[in-house]
Ligand binder design. Sequence first.
Ligand code: PEP
Ligand code: MG
Length: 754
Amino acid sequence: MLNSLRSIVQEVNAARDLPKALAIIVTRVKRAMQTQVCSVYLRGPSNDYVLMATDGLQQQAVGRVRMMLGQGLVGRVATREEPVNLEDAEAHPAYQYFPETGEEHFSSFLGVPIIHHRQVLGVLVVQQSERRRFDEGDEAFLVTMSAQLAGVIAHAEATGTMVAVGAAAAQTRFVGVSGAPGIAIGESVVVAPLADLKGVPYQRCEDIDAELAFFKRCLNAVRDDIKALGEQLEGRLNREERALFDAYLAMLDDAALGGEVTNRIREGTCAPYAWSEVILEHENNFADMDDAYLRERATDVRDLGRRVLAYLQESNQSCKIYPENTILIGDELTASMLGEVPESKLAGLVSVQGSGNSHVAILARAMGIPTVMGAIDLPYTRMDGRPVIVDGYKGVVYSDPGKQLRKHYQAIAKEELELVKGLEALKDLPCETLDHYRLPLWVNTGLMADVVRSLERGAEGVGLYRTEVPFLLRDRFPSEEEQRVIYREQLEAFAPHTVTMRTLDIGGDKALPYFPIQEDNPFLGWRGIRVTLDHPEIFLAQIRAMIKASSGLDNLRILLPMISSVSELEQSKALIYRAYNELLEEGYEVNLPPLGVMIEVPAAVYQARELAARVDFLSVGSNDLTQYLLAVDRNNARVADQYQAFHPAVLRALQQVVSDGHTQGVSVGICGELAGDPGAAILLMAMGYDVLSMNATNLPKVKSVIRAINLAQAEALLEDVMHLVEAEQVRARIDQMLQDIGVNRVVRPLELDA
Ligand code: PEP
Ligand code: MG
């Protein structure tokens, strides 16, 4: 059972459009369940359920038979959101007869809902002419099948819409979560890791002869590689093993894979896509075979597929031309992918994976690039070169937007531009309330580009310099001297203002390409201080570089990430003193910088007093703290809705940290993304946070809101929201306050709701 489940899902997954996917589902499920009919009904635009594919009913009924919610047995499955299993369907009061299906022969009926993201997408039905009570096992099989197929169908449905429309593409909407606010209107460029067969963007080719010649050249290059490899291994392999190389060469021939791809190129599909399509189909055919030897051949096909694809893509790489207003789209965008697009051309970002607190989203916010994350149903491989609108406020992406939608978003973009201009005037004004309560606003940095942006926006210090960013952009650990130079640049740029440098925080979703960490549960694994305490050589070099860089400036503070116990702090302090004393002995004229810990693990919240008693300052990392308090992976699109920074439990933790820290007389700041949310900033100020550190893009927005309110008003708001029990209520109460003081436009353009 498990095998047929797996192979059906795999086969459906490989189908590149909805009709193909549905055809596979109905034939394969019918066969696996040894029944006479299998049909799929999908919800249409007017909320009716339409027969979309069948194996067993009359084909002419497809597209014609439709049932409203609650109507007929199919409608009943959809309304109840649970299976209906009947031995004698006609006897059921909800039974409805459609002559075009030829259905009178079938008396047994088992229907299960196809549910995706809590929405009933459709109904999967099996039927049988003789009375058959589908047993519990049948029902469980169909439910399992449907749960697995739901995501695939949702994806294929979206792809199907785009494929079917061809030249006159229809406007399509895809939902994700907000990664960075703002509106971008532009043209999509799909990026995928090289040699990833499933991630090849679909492109049409204009010059078919040139494409065929290019394909041939790539095949020849692979042939040469394979021959060379075979020769190298001669003597070390037996005859049978050597035969594999001949098999590879044969597969490339015109009579085999090569020929199939050539035909698709002749129909106008670009070579990389045509190649990946053929390979995936063959790989699936092999994977589906009963014979173990033949099943293994799926691996060979995939291997060969990747080799050729690497050539096809490599030759295309160098000539990549990015359009003005590039919207970069990918399955899992990374910081280095952003780096490849010239900054002036990068208008927006869309990532299928990840969520609003993934590090790529944090980077996007810092750069002010409208971003949607976790658009899990986006058929990204079919989107290259399409016109796209990114609504970074709502977390929505539109492909092929119509005239009216375009006009609507152009108006929002215009309003945004005016707002940014208005905020520029605030640069030299202090961040203080109407009754003159001063609240320092600092910035989070990582890239050198952040420095200029931060200074332009009137930052008063750096609350978090993520040192892992320069580490991420290299192909080995930077040396102590290389680090010193980088850190000096930051410290000099902001002097005499404070720069808070956090020691290396890798692990989780921040993997260094040259120091891979493979773990099942990386956010609960070897992260932050745990890594650097295990590698004192890395930690010491970093601390020495920081302290040396601060010589003569004395504006450095050191911050430790992911501290979850006092002993971790004590061990870190011992290493910091050691590095400092070594530098003194070596003759450097340096001072010991203030030391702080990040409060980003629940254990640290409950030991905030003990930690505060041993350091000079605390800084709350609300991004991780939210993830760990709510047990919601900050990077997982599936649970992005549950990642609620305004959750009352998070607010209570934030309040406790600040009051516990203050009992020990230390400064307490916050450097998580929450600090850059203008509404949250009001609450944090009222809680008593001494410093808010945020991305440079949001700093003027926060300032304008703080300047529009009294401290007493903020305290009253805090008092109010601390009695609320749900994050949504907190958000609504804050939004109400922003509206009352007339600054709601700063957070969301008014046109957005027009
Ligand atoms: C945090 O966790 O809130 C934080 C500021 O650190 P990072 O986002 O880099 O994990
Ligand atoms: Mg963190």
